[in-house]
Write a protein that binds this ligand. Structure first.
Ligand code: PLP
Length: 391
């Protein structure tokens, strides 16, 4: 049955090919060291799991919950912002629970964009930032991922593009480039937004994963940001709760209300025991988050050191779960990012995400997620050294 749909406008998912090759290698019994997907491998803090276990046993928690999130979890998120960033949020009007940041982001774009509207987004980017725009039949306007160039190009786009963009999507610490910013940068973004009646959506998924004494700012720390910005936060990375699907959207109340309305048509809310356990995570698990972050920091150091010895020199990131690596000099110019990812899989049994999968501007790079332990990172470095010396 022939049906035209917006889904047909989506490009082939580049990571599918790497996933297929990975699967084929594993079926042949090969031990693939997998840096491909940012899927945390560290267990969720035990106190959160225990709270879930208790809450599941209570039949009152088995009914439909509320789409916007129970008051207790929204309140804990507001306390979390106050404690960490000195940001005041009204848990009723300015905080919404989402089924992971990804779901919330998709529905937010759907709730606020009209077909044909221009939305500014960086390239490379977390793919859904761009494709949520496309799925809403809006038109992405691509900006550079480097923060300063992004700001400069956003200003140009606002001056020249018709119809004028009304939304800017950003995310720092950035997936995949690992770019980080300071609060002054966000002040300038908020100023630009206020001057141009622009909504800024900041995806703060990597808030907790920062190294070398760097502290990632929240855009909501900028005075007046709530009048022009929304921020997504997620328990996926910092609390190692990827499968639980817990995210939040906070900030600009009128736009948040649109998302709340849309979601009330879409879902009946997250399983209530998860919400109760998420509140415990936000309230009681700062130490666990520090420990999780330290583990990724140690893996980062291990990877940078051992890959360097293997002939692949990479800049250490200050934030995120990733390392963003240029294709090594010895193969640069001969292999594009997809070919290089295929090469690493075939010759070194190492899976990485090709930069092209994050947008055209990601070509020449690959992304490695720090989701393998140090022993396996060292093994990967040995395999890569062997492959590069042949390759
Ligand atoms: C920038 C960014 N936002 C959101 C997510 C997904 O968050 P969640 O698991 O809460 O949907 C990711 C996951 O890789 C990400 O990189």
């Amino acid at each position: 049955m022939e049906r035209a749909s917006v889904v047909d406008t989506l490009p082939v998912y580049i990571f599918d090919e790497i996933n297929r090759l990975k699967y084929e290698a594993r079926v042949k019994g090969r031990d693939v060291i997998d840096f491909g997907m940012g899927n945390p491998d560290i267990p969720t803090p035990p106190a959160v799991v225990e709270k879930l276990r208790q809450a599941v046993l209570d039949p009152r928690n088995h009914r439909y919950s509320v789409s916007r999130g129970i008051p207790g979890v929204r309140r804990e998120l507001a306390y979390w912002y106050k404690r960490k960033y000195d940001v005041e949020l009204d848990p009723d009007q300015e905080v919404l629970l989402t089924l992971g940041a990804k779901e919330g982001f998709n529905h937010l774009i759907q709730a606020i964009t009209a077909p044909g509207e221009h939305v500014m987004v960086t390239s490379p980017c977390y793919p859904i930032h761009r494709f949520a725009v496309q799925l809403s039949r809006a038109v992405p306007v691509l900006l550079p991922a480097d923060p300063e160039s992004m700001l400069c190009e956003a200003q140009k786009a606002l001056n020249t593009i018709n119809p004028r963009p009304r939304t800017l999507i950003i995310s720092y610490p950035n997936n995949p480039t690992t770019a980080c910013v300071d609060l002054d940068f966000f002040s300038r973004v908020v100023a630009l937004a206020r001057e141009n009646d622009l909504l800024v959506i900041h995806d703060f998924a990597y808030a907790d994963l920062v190294y070398d004494n760097y502290r990632a700012p929240s855009i909501l720390q900028v005075p007046g940001a709530k009048e022009t910005a929304l921020e997504f936060y997620s328990l996926t990375k910092g609390y190692s709760m990827a499968g639980w699907r817990v995210g939040f959207c906070s900030g600009h109340a009128p736009v948040l209300n649109k998302l709340r309305r849309l979601k009330s048509y879409m879902d009946y809310g997250m399983f209530q025991p998860i919400q109760i356990a998420a509140a415990v995570a936000l309230r009681d698990c700062d130490t666990e988050v520090d420990r999780i972050c330290r583990t990724y920091g140690e893996r980062r150091d291990c990877l940078i050191r051992n890959f360097d010895q293997a002939g692949w020199s990479i800049e250490p990131p200050r934030g995120t779960l990733f390392v963003w690596a240029p294709i090594p000099d010895s193969v640069q110019g001969r292999l594009n990012s997809l070919d290089f990812a295929r090469f690493l899989l075939a010759e070194a049994e190492v899976a990485v995400a090709p930069g092209i999968g994050f947008g055209e501007a990601g070509e020449g790079w690959v992304r490695l997620a720090l989701v393998e332990n140090e022993h396996r990172i060292k093994q990967a470095a040995r395999n890569i050294r062997r492959a590069l010396s042949k390759g």
